[in-house]
Design a protein. Sequence first.
Length: 89
Amino acid sequence: EGVKTETENEHIDLKVSGQDGSVVQFRIKRHTPLSKLMKAYCCRQGLSMRYIMFLFDGQPIKEADTPAQLEMEHQDTIEVYQQQTGGGC
């Protein structure tokens, strides 16, 4: 009871929350670089990675980071912010 197989433990379900309130679910291996998830999210949302910042627990995520390195858990949320370009007033 409560024992997970090695295969179940290998994958993690993560939520990616956009500024518009949209949430996209991803399943990724714990040791896969998060760049794979980031690129897939940008393709799905029609965004460019160069203008997007991904944060976990308030900290920027690097493309080489993995869920295991960041100690992510099942159903954790990654926040996405569009980086502001250009000047204001």
